[in-house]
Design a protein around this ligand. Sequence first.
Ligand code: FES
Ligand code: FES
Length: 213
Amino acid sequence: MRNPDSHGLTRREFLIASTTTAAIAMIPSSAKAQAAQVVANEAPLSKVAFEVNGQTRNLELDPRTTLLDALRENVKLTGTKKGCDHGQCGACTVMVNGRRINSCLTLAVMHEGDQITTIEGLGTPEKLHPMQSAFVKCDGFQCGYCTPGQICSAVAMLQEIKAGVPSHVSADLLATPQPTAAEFRERMSGNLCRCGAYSNIVEAITEVAGGKA
Ligand code: FES
Ligand code: FES
């Protein structure tokens, strides 16, 4: 029902409007100034330079940008996939200075001067990396979404075994770990495959490692 004395507002609308105005007035002016400062300071850009697949990239980006987003959005290399975006699936695995990492869990600005290898840097369609060929040969994928991460992870993982880095299933922590299926499964456990291509992935890795699945 309209109240002729309240400028065409119903009593209910009038009460809501008055309460909102009062609430805004109660925000301390320091908080308002702080909020204005945050808006004014929004996204000051940071410079970072690193190598991606042998090519130097000079970027200027919001310091909160993850390496994954920098690779996909700024460098425009979309082979590295975003699955969970918080370190649970391994789809975003790339190699940084030869070590595999989840690129969604690290900020781009932390990689000044680093050498980053993505799936695009491992091989080309004409000349596949042996791990890429083995995945094709052994049917190590179905939808393919996890595959770039699986392949980058597998390549770095074999280097870890060669370097003698033990895993949770290494029988003797002091002995050189062996390239067995058990080692592969344990070491690749951070790379999830929703299509369940795990046995073929292990077969592909085994082939590259020179063993039998
Ligand atoms: Fe990085 Fe899932 S997207 S771990
Ligand atoms: Fe589909 Fe791994 S091939 S998620």
